[in-house]
Design a protein around this ligand. Structure first.
Ligand SMILES: NC(=O)C1=CN([C@@H]2O[C@H](COP(=O)(O)OP(=O)(O)OC[C@H]3O[C@@H](n4cnc5c(N)ncnc54)[C@H](O)[C@@H]3O)[C@@H](O)[C@H]2O)[C@@H](O)CC1
Ligand SMILES: [K+]
Length: 503
């Protein structure tokens, strides 16, 4: 699914109105109908509902919804904020339609004293501002936002919580944004929903299709996309009858150190569970028996050091390399890493301390092998790329870094973002908080190495791996729960994840 900016969505609205064709008031009616359907499903017992309405079309949606809820036996009070000299045309029409209904409590409010007491069992509908918000909320509207946020009521935001900008909130006043429990967003999620610091405002979000014109949705250009099962499934390469293990490539995994051989085991197992033909794990000497015993399917290359990574084998036979899980940042590892980066001609997955080494030696950024895949979490990202105060800015930096160095830069977290050399950025919907556990990243690195070795281009390998990793985590969580979930469980569920993806 594409993620458009609020400006682009307004253009798609306009295209729909002109080309479906449909009048804007009817499109608003259709949108409100979807809102009403969803609210009736979520709150089947009619409850007391307070609708706060702003001057634009978001307010118009709120007025139309208020009418529909009243028709469905909800007790509805509507508060129209007097913050602009006039309402939008469609909001005006919906205000008249509401008045015709007769039995609805309608208040026009313009001062803090007029804001009603909001009871804990009220349902608040936030229709103050939507995608047309042009500056942080101030004045009387801010008083209303504060009153909503101070209440214990359940809050449903229409389209976007009032006060939240669709994309860039780096200059916003975070105290002037409605904290919704549920956000019902029209047709597309907004980019801001995918950033962790906005979770407190957006709550659980759901996209409601309001039938915007498919041609406009298809034609529009945006760097942002949400991955879906169908999209990922279509990227898979079929296996053929006469294929042999050479067909699926030979990968080199450089991982493990004293006390961290588990990382090497997890990454090796994940790689082997993701279709690699042959895997060689390069590990420090002390790990020989551990790895041979734990992962008999892997071949082992032994470092001259007992405890850390200091050298690497002849690279000529490998189709891809991964480096990082459980290695250390010792000086000898740094030197070996410099040599590796200068010599390697195949795509490299760079994870964990391998990222930190590059972060500490910025001159290495000039030697990043093209088509490499980086897999930092936020802290590693900051060491590699730089610090930022908010996720939108971080996302801009991420995309810029990926383009500048022709690499894929995966920022791990909820909605893991994959920035590609062509400027595109994919967000991943699979995964759960149980995956925030030791070794989860090692598993991801193993899967990416596996796919690169099989000949998938870096961008595709990153996309499939991230989606599959999250899917395996979701399937595992269904069985073991999020608290008990371990990285080993993610590997155990990789077979089911593959089957589910290919279904
Ligand atoms: N265009 C369409 O066809 C549709 C639009 N829909 C709704 O329309 C919304 C967008 O409507 P609008 O573009 O009218 O925008 P909004 O309803 O978000 O409000 C914009 C109005 O508020 C004013 N404003 C913006 N920021 C302000 C601030 N900080 N303080 C005070 N006033 C401020 C603007 O001058 C404008 O009058 C969407 O979020 C969605 O809810 C839906 O009805 C679906 C169809
Ligand atoms: K809103």
């Amino acid at each position: 699914m594409k993620i458009y900016s609020t400006k682009q969505i307004a253009a798609i609205d306009a295209f729909t109105i002109e080309n479906e064709p449909i009048s804007s008031i009817d499109l608003m009616e259709r949108a409100a109908g979807e809102l009403c359907k969803c609210i009736l499903e979520k709150f089947p017992e009619p409850i007391s509902c307070k609708v706060f309405v702003g001057p634009g079309n978001n307010g118009g949606d709120g007025l139309a919804l208020a009418r529909m809820l009243a028709e469905n036996k909800y007790t509805v009070e509507v508060y129209v904020l007097q913050i602009s000299s006039h309402l939008s045309a469609d909001a005006t029409t919906n205000l008249q339609r509401l008045k015709l209904l007769g039995n609805i409590a309608l208040f026009e409010i313009d001062a803090a004293e007029a804001i009603p007491w909001i009871f804990p069992d009220d349902l608040v509908i936030d229709a103050i501002f939507g995608a047309g918000l042009s500056r942080p909320i101030a004045g009387f509207a801010l008083d209303v936002v504060n009153a909503i946020n101070a209440s214990e009521a359940t809050v449903v935001a229409i389209d976007i919580p009032s006060g939240l900008m669709g994309e860039d909130n780096s200059q916003n006043n975070r105290k002037g944004i409605v904290k919704a429990d549920i956000t019902l967003s029209f047709q597309f999620p907004k980019l801001a929903f995918l950033f962790p610091e906005n979770e407190a405002f957006v709550g659980d979000w759901k996209v409601l299709s309001i039938g915007l014109h498919p041609d406009a949705i298809e034609k529009g250009k945006t760097p942002f996309k949400m991955l879906s099962r169908d999209f990922v499934k279509n990227l898979l390469m079929p296996r053929k009858k006469f294929d042999h293990k050479g067909t699926y490539g030979h990968g080199l995994l450089i991982s493990g150190s004293y006390g961290k051989m588990g990382a090497a085991i997890l990454a090796s197992r994940a790689s082997l569970r993701s279709g690699i033909g042959l895997l060689t794990s390069h590990i420090p000497r002390l790990g020989y028996q551990i790895l041979q015993t734990a992962v008999p399917e892997a071949m082992v290359s032994i470092d001259r050091s007992d405890i850390i990574f200091t050298e690497y084998p002849d690279l000529s036979q490998y189709k891809a390399v991964a480096i990082g899980p459980g290695i250390d940042k010792k000086q000898n590892s740094f030197r070996a890493m410099v040599d590796l980066l200068k010599e390697v001609k195949v795509p490299v997955v760079i994870d964990a301390d391998a990222i930190n080494i590059i972060g500490e030696h910025p001159e290495l950024k000039e030697h990043l092998p093209m088509g490499s895949v980086f897999t930092p979490h936020v802290k590693e990202f900051e060491r590699l790329v730089g610090e930022s105060k908010d996720s939108y800015t971080r996302n801009c930096m991420q995309r810029e870094f990926a383009q500048k160095h022709s690499i894929c830069l995966i920022l791990k977290g909820a909605y893991t973002a994959i920035a590609c050399p062509n400027g595109n950025c994919y967000f991943n919907p699979t995964g759960n908080p149980g995956m925030a556990t030791a070794g989860s990243g090692d598993v991801l690195t193993g899967i990416i190495l596996s796919l690169l070795s099989q000949g998938y281009p870096s961008r595709i390998a990153a996309i499939i791996a991230v989606y599959l990793h999250g899917l395996a985590g979701d399937l595992a969580a269904e069985e073991v729960g999020v608290e008990a979930l371990t990285a080993g469980d993610i590997i155990s569920y990789l077979p089911k994840a593959w089957l589910s993806l290919k279904k």
